[in-house]
Design a binder for this molecule. Structure first.
Ligand SMILES: Cc1ncc(C[n+]2csc(CCOP(=O)(O)OP(=O)(O)O)c2C)c(N)n1
Ligand SMILES: [Mg+2]
Length: 545
């Protein structure tokens, strides 16, 4: 068989059902070999869309999402989505065609050193120079991408190698290594520290979701009566409705949930990545005692000096520590704080002023979605509001990019989420600027039949940047633009569009959009005067505990 066929067989062997991408001249053999395979190729309208689809697919399923582009510009177009996946710890395998090995040593049409280009944004990167290495390369790429901490593997596939014949080679057996159980001694040390703590608190990160250890986390918190704050990327790891939940932490401002950390003496960081929330923002005095429970040793940071580290299987660590800890007083110290947080959530639930307040949009969205439905946020002011106020009840139901935090993830991400979970309603929540960065994927969604709702918070501005400029300089610069008519835009793709003309209609429009069972844009004018009001409110916050 041809090397390209062996390559596709190896992808099938990894359980790959879908590849997102755009064909090119230098991957002709791969595209042709796909015709004989069980793998579905989703042709996107931009390689960035393909990379974001693979990113969200990987994040939701734990299996590497696969994206493909051609050499040169096809590969560079993949980069933003790949970097996003790599920094958000989503498993992804990115594949690019490459020129033949006979012209890689010199100036040559569309040729870039792709392995080097992808190096800072991948865990493993390699060029296939010999067909016989394909089974090892593909196996290694998937293994490295999927093991903790997950990220990107990049494969460059020169066209002359793809066209070569190869015989006697088979895909390698897929093996998934299990994380080791952390040493008993470390669990005991952690238990001792927590037993002696007056006000311990948990900060849970995305690692807990990746480890499938949300139940263990909740059990740990309940057994020991310890409140839980989650990072943006860990939303839903404990249901917001749980009395021990303090909601989400990660805003730069001192938020309600920060009051809990201020009062804590020991912080139990489980599956937490500092990429999400700088320790200097929550451990200014460097006085908190840190218990680090994670799949790998802690990053070095002067604000994150670990007292006890339990490295390995997160669920086993949580169970082990809980069984060894004795707390004399297991009443959570944060009851009044939780009450203030819960009350704030519904403060604007009846507010019908127009344009719609961020808090009200989120409230209404929560009302129409079931606990297992999925929201994918884009990046902007709307993301801050969603992180703060969207009440997630289950892990992986509110997807936020908070490592690389690239605009443009929501629309392609929603397409991938709908492919992964066809029975769940999927809503992309996006700013008007981020929407326009990957709106071309509406065509992909219509063509492949993935019904999604795209809820645009329209302000004709880079809302988040205006918020920051106003906070810092009390004036703003270069943040305004105009939008197309989003309704006509949707209709031009054969999709549907609704404009929210009065706040009273929002909830029924959202409900209808989900029912419509096609791609639907909901254009919702937003009142971002609330942004600076929130900054002022949090600036004057008197902690309720
Ligand atoms: C690709 C990319 N470019 C620029 C930024 C910096 N940035 C973060 S938020 C933002 C504005 C987002 O505007 P919009 O999508 O309208 O959302 P809004 O803040 O108005 O809710 C910008 C420019 C980014 N995160 N990603
Ligand atoms: Mg905007």
């Amino acid at each position: 068989m041809k090397a390209a066929e062996l390559f596709i067989r190896c992808l099938e062997n990894e359980g790959i059902k879908t590849i997102f991408g755009i064909p090119g001249e230098e991957n002709l053999d791969m595209m042709d070999a796909l015709l004989e395979s069980s793998i579905n190729f989703v042709t996107t309208r931009h390689e960035q869309g393909a990379a974001f689809m693979a990113d969200v697919y990987g994040r939701l399923t734990g299996k590497a999402g696969v994206c493909l582009g051609t050499l040169g510009p096809g590969a560079t177009n993949l980069i933003t989505g790949v970097a996003d996946a790599n920094m958000d710890r989503a498993p992804i395998v990115a594949i690019a065609g490459q020129a033949g090995t006979t012209r890689l040593h010199k100036e040559s049409h569309q040729v870039l050193d792709l392995v080097n280009l992808f190096r800072p944004i991948s865990k493993y990167g390699v060029q296939i120079n010999e067909p016989e290495n394909i089974p090892e390369i593909v196996r290694k790429a998937f293994k490295v991408a999927q093991i903790e901490k997950p990220g990107c593997s990049f494969i460059s596939f020169p066209e002359n190698v793809a066209d070569m014949d190869i015989s006697g080679k088979e895909p390698l057996k897929v093996q998934t290594p299990l994380p080791p159980i952390p040493p008993e001694e470390k669990l005991e040390q952690a238990a001792r520290l927590i037993s002696e703590a007056r006000h311990p608190i948990i900060m849970a990160g995305n690692g807990v979701i990746r480890a499938g250890a949300s139940d263990q986390l909740v059990r740990f918190a309940e057994t020991l009566g310890i409140p839980v704050a989650t990072t943006f990327m860990a939303k839903g790891v404990i249901p917001f409705s749980h009395e021990l939940s303090l909601g989400t932490i990660g805003l730069q401002s001192h938020d309600y949930v920060s009051c809990g950390i201020d009062r804590a003496d020991v912080i139990i960081c489980a599956g937490y990545d500092i990429v999400e929330y700088h320790p200097y923002l929550w451990n200014k005095e460097k006085s908190l005692k840190i218990v680090h429970i994670d799949s790998s040793p802690a990053e070095v940071d002067e604000g994150y000096i670990v007292e006890v580290g339990a490295v390995g299987d997160i669920g086993a660590a949580l169970d082990g520590i809980a069984s060894k800890t004795k707390r004399d007083d297991a009443t959570p110290f944060t009851a009044s704080l939780r009450q203030a947080i819960v009350e704030e959530m519904s403060e604007n639930s009846e507010d019908t002023r127009y344009p719609v307040k961020p808090q009200k949009i989120i409230w209404d969205l929560r009302q129409v979605l079931k606990p297992d439905d999925i929201v994918i946020s884009d990046v902007g002011a709307h993301k801050m509001w969603i992180a703060r106020m969207y009440q997630a009840e289950r892990p992986n139901t509110c997807i936020i990019s908070n490592g690389f935090a690239s605009m443009g993830i929501a629309v392609p991400g929603a397409v991938a989420a709908k492919m992964a979970y066809p029975d769940k309603a999927v809503v992309a929540v996006t700013g008007d600027a981020g929407f326009m960065m990957n709106c071309q994927e509406i065509e992909t969604a219509m063509r492949i039949g993935t019904p999604i709702v795209i809820l645009i918070w329209t302000d004709s501005e880079f809302g988040l940047i205006k918020w920051k400029q106003m906070s810092k300089f009390k004036r703003h610069s270069n943040i305004t633009f105009t939008n197309p008519d989003f309704i006509q835009f949707a209709e031009s793709f054969g999709a549907k569009g609704y404009r929210v003309k009065q706040t009273e209609d929002l909830q029924s429009i959202l409900g209808q959009a989900i029912q419509d069972d096609t791609v639907v844009i909901v254009d919702c004018p937003v009142d971002y005067r609330e942004n600076l009001k929130l900054t002022e409110k949090l600036g004057e916050l008197v902690c309720p505990i």
